[in-house]
Design a protein around this ligand. Structure first.
Ligand SMILES: [Zn+2]
Length: 446
C-alpha cells in the first residue's frame, strides 16, 4: 500500500518522483519502498520509464495521474518512440502504461556513449528548484541523448554519479542528495545552443497518434531542397551528407555524431533513433514542426517509397505482389492466431511487426497491398482479447487432461498475468460458450 504520493513536478522523471516518495514517506529501507511499488523482488527501478508496478500501486497512481499521461509527460517515451511507425507507437504506449512491458522489447534503446552514462543536471536549475519547490528533482530534458546544455540557463549540464541505465538500479537516488548547485559554465557556441534547443523543441512537442508518415519520407522531403538529392529524386548522396554532417557537428562537443551507416538505415526505414534524426534534420535546415507535425501528401510519400526501387530495374508491381502474398499471409496469420504455428500450441496475437517480418516487408508497405492489409486487419485484436483466448485455450487443454486443476495452472501455461484479469473478462464470452465462461470466471474468482 502506498502511503502518500508527492505531487509530480513539471518535466520530472517518474523515477525522480519515486525517489522523493521514498524520502518523504521515511521508508526504512529501499527494499520496503520497492515492495510497495513493484511486483517482484527482482524488479529494478526504471530510470527512463515506469517499471513493473504492482496492481495496487498502478491503481492508486492511476487515480491521481493517468498512466498514459505519465508515460508521455514524465518518461523518455517521447524520445525513443517519437519516430517509430504509428502502430508500434500506439502499442508501445499501451504496453508501457498498462502492461509494464520492458521498453527494450518495444523500440531500440541504443548503447550509451561517454557523456550519457549518468543522470545529468543543471546547477542553476538545482538552485531554482530548491527555491521554488524546496527540493531538487531529476529533469527529463537534461537526460535526452546528445544533450549537454540546459537550454533554459544556457549553461553546461553536470554529470551525477547515478548511472542512467535502468538495469543497474535497485536503490533510490534522489536528486537532492546527488546534485550540487556549483558554479555554472555558460555555453557561448550559439550553433550548439540552437541545436540543443531544437532537440528540446522536438522532444516536447505533442506526439502525433493520428497520421502515419514515415520519417524517411519527411527527411527525403527535406533533402529534396538540398544538393543531397538529385533533382530527379532518384539518387541520394548519403556519403557526402554524412561527411558534411560530421564537419558541422565535430566541434560542437556532442557525444555522438550520426554515421553514414545510420543515415542509410534511417533513409531505408530501419532505424528511428531520435538524436540521429534530429541531427540530420537540423543540419538540413528543417523546422522542428516538419518533424513533429509533417504535412506531406500521399503522393509525396509514395514518391519517396518508389525511389527505393528505381535502382533495381523495374518498380515493384504491388498489385501482383499483393495477390501472390495474400494466400501465404492468410495461412501464416491463422496459424499464429489459433496456435498451430507454435511449438506449444498456444494461440498468439497477430501483430503488425510479426506480419512485416514474415512477409519481408519494409515499414508501411502493407499500405500498398489492400488484400494483405485486409487479412491482417481480420486477425487484429487487442491484448486483453488475446489474453482471453489464451486462458480459454489453457482451460480446454487442462480439462482434456482430466486431472483437477487450479487458477495457477492456467496462469502458468497461458502466460497471462494476474493483474490483467479484469480486462479479460468481457472477451471470455466472445470466445467460449456461456457454460465455460462461467466456469472460468469461477476459477479466477470473478
Ligand atoms: Zn537550468
Amino acid at each position: 500500500m502506498i502511503a502518500y504520493l508527492p505531487t509530480i513536478y513539471p518535466d520530472e522523471l517518474v523515477y525522480s518522483w519515486f525517489c522523493r516518495y521514498y524520502v518523504h514517506t521515511g521508508c526504512f529501507s529501499h527494499k520496503m519502498a520497492l515492495q510497495e511499488l513493484y511486483c517482484k523482488k527482482s524488479d529494478y527501478l526504471s530510470k527512463e520509464f515506469i517499471g513493473n508496478l504492482n496492481k495496487e500501486a498502478m491503481e492508486q497512481i492511476d487515480k491521481i495521474y493517468s498512466l498514459d499521461k505519465l508515460v508521455l509527460d514524465h518518461t523518455m517515451f517521447p524520445q525513443y518512440a517519437r519516430f517509430i511507425p504509428l502502430a508500434e507507437k500506439k502499442e508501445a504506449l499501451y504496453r508501457l502504461a498498462h502492461d509494464s512491458c520492458d521498453a527494450h522489447h518495444l523500440f531500440p534503446v541504443l548503447p550509451r556513449n561517454d557523456g550519457e552514462q549518468y543522470l545529468r543536471y543543471c546547477p542553476l536549475c538545482v538552485k531554482e528548484d530548491r527555491k521554488t519547490y524546496g527540493e531538487v528533482y531529476w529533469h527529463r530534458k537534461h537526460q535526452i541523448r546528445n544533450m549537454r546544455i540546459c537550454t533554459k540557463h544556457k549553461c553546461r549540464l553536470m554529470e551525477s554519479s547515478v548511472p542512467a541505465k535502468s538495469e543497474q538500479s535497485f536503490t533510490f537516488c534522489p536528486a537532492e542528495s546527488y546534485t550540487y548547485d556549483g558554479e555554472a559554465v555558460f555555453e557561448n557556441d550559439s550553433l550548439a545552443i540552437q541545436y540543443m534547443e531544437y532537440l528540446v523543441s522536438v522532444f516536447e512537442s505533442v506526439m502525433d497518434f493520428e497520421s502515419d508518415i514515415p520519417i524517411s519520407s519527411i527527411l527525403y522531403d527535406g533533402m529534396s531542397r538540398t544538393k543531397y538529392l538529385k533533382p530527379s529524386g532518384r539518387s541520394r548522396y548519403t556519403k557526402m551528407l554524412a561527411e558534411d554532417i560530421n564537419k558541422f557537428y565535430e566541434n560542437m562537443g556532442v557525444c555522438s555524431i550520426v554515421s553514414v551507416y545510420q543515415i542509410q538505415k534511417i533513409l531505408l526505414r530501419s532505424l528511428s533513433e531520435f538524436f540521429a534524426i534530429c541531427q540530420i534534420a537540423f543540419f538540413l535546415g528543417m523546422k522542428p514542426e516538419e518533424l513533429t507535425a509533417p504535412s506531406l501528401t500521399a503522393e509525396q510519400i509514395k514518391q519517396e517509397q518508389d525511389s527505393h526501387y528505381m535502382r533495381n530495374t523495374a518498380p515493384v508491381d504491388w498489385d501482383l505482389l499483393d495477390r501472390e502474398t495474400a494466400p501465404v499471409l492468410e495461412k501464416f496469420a491463422k496459424a499464429v492466431y489459433d496456435g498451430t504455428a507454435n511449438e506449444n500450441g498456444r494461440p498468439e496475437r497477430v501483430s503488425e511487426k510479426l506480419v512485416y517480418r514474415e512477409m519481408n516487408l519494409l515499414g508501411h508497405q502493407l499500405e500498398n497491398m489492400p488484400r494483405c492489409k485486409a487479412i491482417f486487419e481480420k486477425y487484429t485484436e487487442s491484448y486483453p482479447e488475446t489474453w482471453a483466448r489464451k486462458i480459454i485455450w489453457a482451460y480446454r487443454k487442462l480439462e482434456e487432461e482430466g486431472k483437477p486443476f487450479y487458477w495457477t495452472d492456467i496462469r502458468k501455461i497461458s502466460g497471462v498475468k494476474k493483474k490483467n484479469l479484469l480486462e479479460i473478462v468481457p472477451y471470455l464470452k466472445e470466445h467460449a460458450d456461456a457454460d465455460m465462461d462461467e466456469r472460468i470466471k469461477e476459477l479466477i474468482e470473478f
